[in-house]
Design a binder for this molecule. Sequence first.
Ligand code: SF4
Length: 332
Amino acid sequence: MRTTRSERKFFDHEVAVGPVPSRRLGRILGINNIPPKTCNYSCRYCQLGRTSVRQLDRCEYYKPTEIVLSVQDRLAELLERNEPVDYLMFFSEGEPTLDQNLGGEIIGLRSLGVPLAVITNASLVTREDVRGDLGWADLVSLKVDAVDPRIWRTINRPHRDLDHHQILTGAEIFARRYHGTLVIETMLVKNVNDDEEHVKELAAYLESLSPSKVYLTVPIRPPACRGVHPPDEHSVIRAYQILCSRLPEVECMLGDGSGSCVSTGDVVTDLLGIAAIRPLRKDTLTEFLIRYDAPWDTVTDLIRAGELAKVKYEGEVFYLRKLKKVRRSRAR
Ligand code: SF4
């Protein structure tokens, strides 16, 4: 018998979220395999807010079968509604490799016949077990914002026991052995990691990883910290050209790219699930509500109930899920 949506909620969030439009991979079904905002970084630009549980060690949050069953049932619902999914993607409300069962979950999910991607901050590719887990995915996206340890500390605000040199080395080992599609994501932040010399060093390092593609992004959604802004156009174009001089494929992702978000009947649950991993711009949210015949009061009610927050950033209005405090250990 298929599980219900409320049975598929752990830590008050859904395990399988979406489908959500992705700028890179089409329509993705997001997989939340860890509790909200559990990470070993606390990036200044994080769109999920400040890290509430800064954790270094991997641990168990769910049994792999719980994750696989949740995703399987959500896929079945979507299939019944003719809602296609191009990719399953671990892009949690935090860092997915902190889940010690990640490898088992990926192996279990492969049987569902949908390509699978993991978006990681790369901090744990220092570990053989994490490199092994990621090796099962069809696509892995590694975050590399800085090759200078001082810039890394400023922009990513890592757990104090992480070692930047080991991370860069671990990424090189992973890149050499990995047989899937390796992509890199670099967030450029004004006056932090966008100066010419740093971008040149970054380009030289990324070349050593031989990724299929490098995605250059800028903060376009409300960040965790004040004073985080996208670089000016000149700096973005300069960075793009420097990267292109070393790497075969570089793409700038400067727009919102939210596209159409999908609901499969429960508008409030879907809205909160999407807003937890991706703050929604007002026009995207309006389009979503109109499409599913839901009134704007849905949003005002959620704000009043403390479930949703309204934030202004770079002249745009966004709506994002308010984070609740969670316990450090498994909460079931
Ligand atoms: S952007 Fe990613 S790696 Fe950085 S704090 Fe947020 S969840 Fe963690």
